[in-house]
Design a protein around this ligand. Structure first.
Ligand code: ADP
Ligand code: ADP
Ligand code: MG
Length: 684
C-alpha cells in the first residue's frame, strides 16, 4: 500500500479522501490555492502545499504545479477526487510520466469516455442501448439543425465535453434553435474550452439512474447496484438515493449488466459510474434505459452506495491503484436498507439558484451517527466559501431500513441545519424531502422545475410563532446582557441583575420593533411571570423560555440560543434564533426566517446607497449584451448575461422601460454589485 498520497482537490471530497487515508495509515498531502489558505482540507491533511492564486486555472487545474509538489513531498500517488483534473487524461499521463500512480482509470479509458460523442459510438458497438441522436464530427449549424429535424423536436443540445449539467439546452422548436445553440456553445467553451455539440432526442419525463462500477488491474469488473439521481435543478443533481425506487430484481439485473458491459468495452479500472436516462414506466416503475455517459471517477453521490453496501469506495480506489484485486466478488456485494443524500449548497433557490459565496457567519450541521453521515467541506462558523469554486457546503446522507423512514430521517437532519452569512438551499431541500411526489418515489428529472412554486418560500410574512420566537430571542439576549452587567457590578441584588420583565422598562412592558420583508412589525410585550404576553399581529400569545441552550456573546454573530425551546400557549416548538448584527435568523421546522432589528439610522443609510441600475449579482464576466442603448424593453426581457462559476445568469428588466445606459461589453470582467445596465422605467 502507498505510504503517502497527494490529493489534487479541495472541499468535502478532499476531506473525505483524507479521512480514509488516515484510517489506512497513508500520509495525506493537500494542495491549496490562495483562497484556501485556511480551508478545512488544508487543516486535515498531514502536509499542505500552496500551488497558486485563487483561479482554478492557476491552481487546482495546474498539472505541472501539482505534479512537482507531489514529487517534492515524496508522494507515490495522486487522488484527483471529482471535478478539476479527475477526468483529464493529460493529467493521468503526466502523473505516469513523473513516476506517480494516478488513482483512477487508464488515460485511454478517460479519453474514450470523456467525450460524450466518442463514448456513445463505443457503447453502440458494445450493444449498450444509447439515446437516439447525432454524435458526429461535422459541427456546422446546418448539420446540427438538420440532425435536430431528423430526430424531431424537442431535442437536447449537449456539450460533447460536458459535465455538471453545463453547456446543455432544451430546444422545443426550430425558432429556438439558433439562440440555444449559441448559449450552449458559449457555456461549453467557457467551462471546457471546447464547444462541440451533440444533439439528442429529449426523453420526456425521464429518470436518471446510474450504476456504480469498479474494475481492478486483473480484469475483474463488478457493479455496486444503482442510484437514482432524478431530483435535479438545471440538470444538476440535488438529491440522490440508492436503491432506485420501483426497481425490481429483473430490471436491476438488466441495467447493472449493461453497465458492466460498458465498463468492459473500455477495459475499465477503478471507480466509475455509468449514467442512464430512463423512461418513466407505469406506477413509479422504470421503463427502457439508454446509456448517457460514463463518469470515470468517484461520483459526488457515492456515499449512498457506500451506506447500502457497507463499503468504503475510496479504500477500494487505493487498493486497486496499488495493484491489489477488488476487495469483494460480485456475489458477495449485497445491499441493505435505503440511503438518501442531499447536497447542501451556498446558493439562492429563489434567485435562480445563484451561488452565494461569502463568509459563513454561523454554521450548525446535523449531528452525525452511524446512520446520519455528514461530509462537510468547510470547518464551521467563520469559514469562507470562495467565489471561484463549486459552492457546496456539505452532503448529508441518511441510511435506514426502508425509503420512507430514510427520507423522514434525512428531513429531520436537514431541519437541524443552521447557517447564516450566506444563503443556502437548506429550506428548499427540506421542502423537496416533504413533497408528496418525492415521498411517493420514482420522480422524473423535471419535478423541481415543475414544482418550483411549491418549493420556494412563498415570500409571505413571518407567521406568529416565528415572530414570537424572534421576540423571545431578543428578550433572552437582554436577560443575558443584564446578568452580565450584574456580574460585572458584583452586586447580584442590583436591579440590573433581575433577568425578568424589569428590563423591559419600569412598567414591565415594551414594544419590540422587527422588520419583516421591508414592513415594520411592532410587538407590544408584557412581562407576565413566568413568561411574556406578546401582542402579535394575529393575536396575543403567552410565550415562555423553556430549557436554555448555550449562549455566546463574544463572537460575531451572537448565537442567542442553539436549541431554544419555548412554550407558546402550551406548545413547545424546537427552534434556534441567531443574531447576526442587525438581523435575527429564526430557524423553525425546516424554515429559515430573517427579521431585521429596527435601527432607524441604518435604514436611512441603506436607502441612500440604493441605485437605479441593475447590478452584477456576483463577480463574473459579461457573456452577452442583449439590448442596445435607447431600446425599449418589456418587463422580464433579458438584458445582459453574466457568466460566473461557469454558469450563465441572465439579468432581466425589472419593469418595462428604456435602456439609458450600458456600462459593459461582452468579455468584460465585473465585480459584485457593479451597475451593468440602467433602465429608465416607463411612467404611466
Ligand atoms: P456527479 O455526477 O458526480 O454527481 P456532477 O456531474 O455534479 O457530479 O459534477 C461533480 C463536480 O465536478 C461538480 O462540481 C462539477 O462542477 C464538476 N465537474 C463535473 N464535470 C466536470 C468537468 N468535465 N470538468 C470540470 N468540472 C466538472
Ligand atoms: P453531465 O455530463 O452534465 O452530467 P449528462 O449527459 O450526464 O450530462 O446529463 C445530465 C442530465 O441532463 C441528466 O441527468 C438528465 O437530467 C438530463 N438529460 C441528459 N440527456 C437527456 C435526454 N436525452 N433527455 C432528457 N434529459 C436528458
Ligand atoms: Mg452526467
Amino acid at each position: 500500500m502507498f505510504r503517502k498520497v497527494l490529493i489534487a482537490n479541495r472541499g468535502e471530497i478532499a476531506c473525505r479522501i483524507i479521512r480514509t487515508a488516515k484510517r489506512m495509515g497513508i500520509r495525506s498531502v493537500a494542495v491549496y490555492s490562495e483562497a484556501d489558505r485556511d480551508a478545512l482540507h488544508v487543516r486535515e491533511a498531514d502536509e499542505a502545499y500552496h500551488i497558486g492564486p485563487a483561479a482554478a486555472t492557476e491552481s487546482y487545474l495546474k498539472i505541472e504545479a501539482i505534479v512537482s509538489v507531489a514529487k517534492e513531498a515524496g508522494a507515490e500517488a495522486i487522488h484527483p477526487g471529482y471535478g478539476f483534473l479527475a477526468e483529464n487524461a493529460d493529467f493521468a499521463e503526466a502523473c505516469a510520466a513523473a513516476g506517480l500512480v494516478f488513482i483512477g482509470p487508464p488515460a485511454t479509458a478517460i479519453r474514450a469516455m470523456g467525450d460524450k460523442a466518442a463514448a456513445k459510438a463505443i457503447m453502440e458497438k458494445a450493444g449498450v442501448p444509447v439515446v437516439p441522436g447525432y454524435h458526429g464530427k461535422t459541427q456546422d449549424r446546418a448539420t446540427l439543425l438538420k440532425a435536430a429535424e431528423r430526430i424531431g423536436f424537442p431535442v437536447l443540445l449537449k456539450a460533447a465535453a460536458g459535465g455538471g449539467g453545463k453547456g446543455m439546452r432544451i430546444v422545443r422548436r426550430e425558432a429556438e434553435f439558433e439562440d440555444a445553440l449559441a448559449g450552449a456553445k458559449r457555456e461549453s467553451k467557457a467551462a471546457f474550452g471546447d464547444d462541440r455539440m451533440l444533439v439528442e432526442k429529449l426523453i420526456q419525463r425521464p429518470r436518471h439512474i446510474e450504476v456504480q462500477v469498479f474494475g481492478d488491474g486483473l480484469g475483474n469488473i463488478v457493479h455496486l447496484f444503482e442510484r437514482d439521481c432524478s431530483v435535479q435543478r438545471r440538470h444538476q443533481k440535488v438529491i440522490e438515493e440508492a436503491p432506485a425506487p420501483g426497481v425490481d430484481d429483473g430490471w436491476r439485473a438488466g441495467i447493472c449488466g449493461a453497465a458492466v458491459a460498458a465498463a468492459r468495452a473500455v477495459d475499465y479500472v477503478g471507480a466509475g459510474t455509468v449514467e442512464f436516462i430512463v423512461e418513466s414506466g407505469p406506477q413509479g416503475r422504470p421503463g427502457d434505459f439508454f446509456f448517457m455517459e460514463m463518469n470515470t471517477r468517484l461520483q459526488v453521490e457515492h456515499p449512498v452506495t457506500e451506506m447500502i453496501t457497507g463499503t468504503d469506495l475510496v479504500e477500494w480506489q487505493f487498493r486497486v491503484a496499488a495493484g491489489e484485486p477488488l476487495p469483494m466478488a460480485q456475489e458477495d456485494i449485497r445491499m441493505t436498507g435505503h440511503a438518501v443524500e442531499a447536497r447542501l449548497y451556498a446558493e439562492d433557490p429563489a434567485n435562480g439558484f445563484l451561488p452565494s459565496p461569502g463568509r459563513v457567519s454561523f454554521m450548525g450541521l446535523p449531528k452525525k451517527d452511524a446512520r446520519v453521515r455528514v461530509d462537510q467541506g468547510i470547518a464551521g462558523s467563520g469559514s469562507a466559501i470562495p467565489a471561484e469554486y463549486d459552492p457546496m457546503i456539505a452532503k448529508i446522507i441518511a441510511w435506514r431500513g426502508d425509503r420512507d423512514e430514510t427520507v423522514s430521517s434525512l428531513k429531520a437532519a436537514m431541519d437541524e441545519v443552521r447557517i447564516t452569512g450566506v444563503t443556502t438551499n437548506a429550506s428548499f431541500l427540506s421542502r423537496v424531502l416533504a413533497h408528496p411526489a418525492f415521498r411517493a418515489g420514482g420522480v422524473d428529472t423535471g419535478l423541481l422545475d415543475r414544482s418550483m412554486d411549491e418549493l420556494l418560500p412563498a415570500g409571505r410574512s413571518a407567521p406568529s410563532d416565528v415572530l414570537a420566537l424572534a421576540c423571545l430571542g431578543l428578550l433572552r439576549q437582554q436577560q443575558a446582557d443584564a446578568a452580565q452587567t450584574a456580574a460585572l457590578s458584583r452586586d447580584p441584588w442590583s436591579p440590573w441583575a433581575r433577568a425578568d420583565g424589569w428590563r423591559l422598562n419600569d412598567f414591565g412592558q415594551a414594544v419590540l420593533r422587527l422588520i419583516d420583508g421591508g414592513g415594520v412589525v411592532d410587538i407590544p410585550c408584557r412581562f407576565e411571570p413566568p413568561g411574556y404576553r406578546l401582542a402579535l399581529p394575529e393575536g396575543t400569545v403567552v410565550a415562555q423560555l423553556g430549557s436554555a441552550g448555550s449562549w455566546h456573546d463574544d463572537d460575531e454573530p451572537v448565537l442567542i440560543d442553539e436549541a431554544m425551546r419555548v412554550q407558546l400557549d402550551g406548545l413547545a416548538p424546537a427552534a434556534s434564533v441567531i443574531r447576526d448584527g442587525d438581523t435575527l435568523h429564526v430557524f423553525h421546522e425546516g424554515g429559515h426566517w430573517r427579521l431585521g432589528i429596527h435601527d432607524p439610522l441604518a435604514a436611512a443609510e441603506a436607502h441612500e446607497g440604493a441605485s437605479g441600475g441593475l447590478t452584477a449579482p456576483m463577480p463574473g464576466r459579461i457573456a452577452a449584451v442583449q439590448v442596445k442603448k435607447g431600446q425599449t424593453v418589456a418587463a422580464g426581457q433579458p438584458l445582459i448575461v453574466v457568466e460566473a462559476m461557469k454558469m450563465e445568469h441572465t439579468i432581466p428588466a425589472p419593469a418595462a422601460g428604456t435602456v439609458s445606459e450600458i456600462r459593459f461589453k461582452a468579455g468584460d470582467q465585473v465585480r459584485e454589485g457593479e451597475v451593468l445596465v440602467v433602465v429608465e422605467e416607463e411612467t404611466v
